[in-house]
Design a protein around this ligand. Structure first.
Ligand SMILES: [Zn+2]
Length: 81
């Protein structure tokens, strides 16, 4: 069985979806949208994929990759859990 291959937004490395975590932007009742981890790959909306590695998160944050990948133009709360 071939799993879909995704690109990590942190290091740009390619891996199967099962090796990466999916994050989506969820808008709260107040404040900017927030990045949350979609453990079960079920949350609706545009997702971004990255390794469960703090370095990939940090690098994605530095490059503004969350906002680009999730198509958020304004503020985005990027602290993951
Ligand atoms: Zn990575």
């Amino acid at each position: 069985m071939s799993e879909p291959v995704r690109t990590c937004i942190g290091c740009r490395g390619r891996a199967s979806a099962g090796e990466l975590i999916r994050v989506v932007a969820v808008s709260g009742p107040d404040g900017p949208p927030r990045v949350v981890v979609d453990d079960r790959h079920r949350l609706p909306g545009r997702g971004a994929w990255l390794h469960a590695d703090p370095r990939c998160r940090e690098s994605a944050r530095k490059k503004n990759a969350f906002r680009r990948a999730l198509r958020i133009s304004g503020a985005l709360e990027e602290s993951l859990g």
